[in-house]
Write a protein that binds this ligand. Sequence first.
Ligand code: MIC
Ligand code: SF4
Length: 648
Amino acid sequence: MGNNLTRKIIKEHLISGEMVPGKEIAIRIDQTLTQDATGTMAYLQFEAMGVPRVKTRLSVSYIDHNTLQTGFENADDHTFLQSIAAKYGIYFSRPGNGICHQVHRERFAVPGQTLLGSDSHTPTSGGMGMLAIGAGGLDVAAAMAGQPYYTRMPKVVLIRLKGRLGLWVSGKDVILEVLRRLTVKGGVGKVMEYGGPGVENLSVDERFTITNMGAELGATTSIFPSDERTREFLRSQQREQDWIQIAADPDAEYDEMVEIDLDELEPLIAQPHSPDNVVKVKDIEGVKVDQVAIGSCTNSSYKELVTVARIMKGRTVHPDTSLLISPGSKQVYEMIAREGAAADLIASGARMLESACGPCIGMGHAPRWGGTSVRTFNRNFPGRSGTPNANVYLASPEVAAATAVFGVVTDPRKLGDPPAVETPRLFHIDDSMILPPSPEPEKVEIYRGPNIKPLPMNTPMPESVTAKVLLSVGDNISTDHIMPAGAKVLPLRSNIPAISEHVFSAVDPDFPARAKAAERGAVVGGENYGQGSSREHAALAPMYLGVKAVLVKSFARIHRENLINFGILPLTFVNPEDYDKLQQDDEIEVPNAREALKSGTPTVTVVNKRTGEKFETRHDLTPRQIEIMLAGGMLNYIRQKAEGNGGS
Ligand code: MIC
Ligand code: SF4
């Protein structure tokens, strides 16, 4: 039996471990990317590792999230990041150059290589046959220091595509259909590998939309083969030399298979408040919409924005709606400006934003109180838009544009024939906003603004772990619930003491005070706890507040890895009913936790001291992760190892 594409790339990069689903593997990382909201922590951690220059083939630091600059903090972080990049051998994509995933796929992604990024949408580059994985900043820092990336060997799911998309149906509808069928936890522990005869009918841009939003399935990553269309794309970016053909063997084996007939898809839309709450647009037509936002790393290609411009041409945005456009990269922005499409958008009343994440992460342009926003983005978790009670829908640029015209959710098929827009044969290439690292790194001084506070450290795990239950939450809690982003909180990403005051703020504003009073806390949750962003602040800030353990029915992958990296015990209930036996303020204990972890059994017993009840939980830590937990997190573990080596 032949190999699938995922296994081929993993095999080529395997450093240790067995390629058996669920077992820990270590893979070599060729490229890394960071963005400014996770990057400051990642580089502080990289500095702490004492490595003079990155050891990857390529590392890029992007400025794209924190660009609102309502105070000095963001700009200080940008200067810090620019100096770090110059000193340590990292390319620096300046603010204004675009969103990391859009720029990376345009200028850097390479088929067959591996990419680790401190952002959960890093899998976007999988659209051209790269194995691209999102992780916490500490894992990315370790990769820059030359360490392999440790993760569990995923199962590989074949998403077999056949047929061809109809008029007004796009890549966004493909991934919304996958989400509708598999749900936001359907991809946990899996790679979604696209194949079948329908692949060649999808443009590379459509593939990027699909791999981008594969993050919403909780998947480790998503990947397409690299074929002739990939070659054309790379040629149009003047990078044909980076192309290789890479695909699954014709007789490749998969762990699971899903089949999608592209001919049968219709325009789809995800309703509030989850990306898998998907229905046909025609079934909810007429919902009044206050705001339409087009852009983000999911749907910002040249072709999409020109299509939107053609729809808006000669029309005015509906009086009850506001239209926002945030092009994903300078390349796209400059080209739609030169082509005239940007002028048509401006003439229609669209509000042109800079090339950055912007409203996608609540950096400005929050909808009105209780308002409705239709966005081409990838997430619609409660509060993420910056308005706690806004209703956010996710759809394609075509649906969004039709909605902006009529002021209500609209099926674009109503507009007649779609505009004929071609993908350019040659993009405008200008890398002048990407700064190469300094040839004289010893002369580079690192700039540190007053908002950059030292990284807090955890303490080694005590013999028995005791904690007070601070909060019990339900299923699908996202990192936007645990550690919100948005214009108020994002500037604090480099200041853990300050940002920790916002942990769970939308769920329970008293959480930080209660956690500090308890000194040792625990959080109880349902299924898929920690879905969404890769932000390690959702582990680091609770750790700072004294959280020692999180007990849930199941975890999202990146968040669980982040908890381990910062020494917080991630426990899952062996019997999910035990979830109901824990209440806020209960005192719990994991007696002899150190011994239990060292003994190698995957379970530990938890005692509820209020009721005296005992129940079993799984930690499922690998031997390496057990060492990390005992040391009180990855940085302590690395230090201990370094001291151990130094002493011997
Ligand atoms: C997001 O889309 O949630 C973000 C903001 O890009 C995050 C990263 C972050 O929180 O900084 C992500 O997806 O990982
Ligand atoms: Fe930026 Fe939104 Fe993409 Fe995250 S999902 S990288 S916030 S555009």
